[in-house]
Design a protein around this ligand. Structure first.
Ligand code: ATP
Ligand code: MG
Length: 393
């Protein structure tokens, strides 16, 4: 079947009034943006609680669907046949030829689900259901009606034009990016943080990111890996401004002045402070990390409290209750896993102590940080000033 139009279904229940049109407009923008990368000429239009994508000339069906499946806010993608209203006889013919082409010689049960957005149509929905059902039964002896559990739900929507479809390909769900502000993702080269970014973007939040590297202890390839992960998240979230912070001097200074078992916690506190600086500067309403309770020493409840202590913005940790395998499953689903497991060094693991504290005491940590007072402000200032911003699409 040569489909020329997709009907886009989105969650309609939760969105009413003014929010509804903001949601729809954002969704239309996100769809247009996602289709820019796909070869072909597409028109996205909004009509009476529906969004349609029209395809002109050559386009690749699978590529188009897979681009649409990355747009948050879409719950279903229906390839539709569109026809004009030339009377009911003609419609019945088109419906029969649709069923013949999509399900050739198939033994199946079906049900017709007609909707009239145009109330002046000469038949009621019930009549359309019955009469189209009969036309299909007459044409295909193999097909039977089952109104309770049909294998095929044949939808016929009568609007200005008439839309026939029976396939709903699953969408990504969530809310269109841009409907819920922006947040700053602490993005490392691991498995967890790209998943965390994906999950928050799914709720309609725009994403910026910050990555701390420690050259020459961490390589350019480690940095490239983070850029690649940002690109993967950006397929869902839209463009990401990635801040690459040179963290080496701060790490070396902490290493020189503070007890080594507290190094990771103190380092994480400086990461949060710097991330928060860029968050404020870019109108972000929160920070995002890939932390999950108890996963490593720096993610015990005490450690999370110690890290959180330096933040004034809310810190969103969407993986907080996830087991590692559950995180891996999402990572695989969003195609980040293969990149995440590439074996490059991470600034957190290079300076890590053999026996890091697992239950840091906040007062002790604060006192250790006082030992940094001579140079730390200057080092943080320099790190911020020398930060490189890369926009990834
Ligand atoms: P991930 O798999 O995301 O790297 P992790 O299991 O390695 O996480 P940690 O190294 O303790 O855990 O990091 C916890 C969180 O801190 C990460 O999920 C990420 O949000 C942030 N983070 C850690 N290292 C960096 C870094 N070098 N740059 C930016 N953010 C980082
Ligand atoms: Mg990590």
């Amino acid at each position: 079947m040569d489909y020329r139009t997709f009907l886009i279904k989105y969650g309609e229940i939760a969105i009413k009034g003014k929010n509804r049109y903001l949601f729809e407009d954002a969704l239309v923008r996100r769809i247009r943006h996602a289709l820019l990368k796909v070869e072909g000429s597409f028109t996205v239009r909004k009509e009476q609680g529906r969004i349609f994508v029209d395809c002109e000339g050559y386009y690749d069906f699978d590529e188009t669907v897979s681009a649409l499946q990355k747009v948050f806010g879409i719950v279903g993608i229906c390839p539709v046949v569109v026809t004009d209203d030339h009377g009911f006889e003609q419609l019945a013919k088109e419906v029969v030829s649709y069923m013949g082409e999509v399900y050739p010689n198939q033994e199946l049960t079906f049900k017709v689900d007609a909707r009239r957005a145009r109330k002046n149509y000469p038949k009621t929905s019930m009549e359309i259901n019955a009469d189209l059902g009969e036309a299909v039964l007459d044409a295909f002896p193999n097909m039977k009606v089952d109104v309770h559990h049909p294998q095929v739900m044949l939808s016929v929507e009568i609007r200005e034009r008439i839309y026939i479809y029976s396939t709903i390909l699953p969408g990504a769900g969530g809310m269109p990016v841009g409907t819920n502000g922006k947040a700053m993702l602490l993005l490392s080269g691991g498995i967890d943080s790209p998943v965390a970014g994906y999950m928050i973007a799914k709720r309609g939040v725009e994403i910026d990111a910050v990555y701390f590297h420690a050259p020459p202890y961490t390589s350019d390839r480690a940095k490239q890996k983070v850029v690649d992960l940002a690109k993967i998240v950006a397929q869902y979230s839209g463009p990401i401004r990635l801040h690459v912070v040179n963290f080496t001097d701060i790490q070396l200074y902490i290493y020189e002045k503070c007890p080594h078992e507290e190094l990771t916690i103190i380092m994480r506190r400086y990461m949060m402070r710097i991330a928060e600086h860029f968050a404020q500067e870019n109108n972000c309403l929160g920070l995002i990390t890939g932390e999950s309770i108890g996963q490593v020493a720096s993610q015990t409840m005490q450690s999370l409290a110690a890290t959180n202590d330096v933040c004034t913005l809310p810190v969103y940790r969407p993986l907080i209750g996830f087991d590692k395998q559950e995180i891996v499953d999402v990572s695989v689903k969003i195609d980040a896993y293969e990149t995440s497991i590439l074996p490059f060094e991470d600034c957190c693991t290079i300076f890590v102590a053999k026996h890091p504290v697992t239950k840091p005491n906040l007062n002790v940590i604060r006192r250790s940080e006082e030992k940094l007072s001579e140079k730390i402000d200057e080092l943080v200032k320099t790190a911020i000033e020398t930060t490189e911003v890369v926009t990834v699409e």
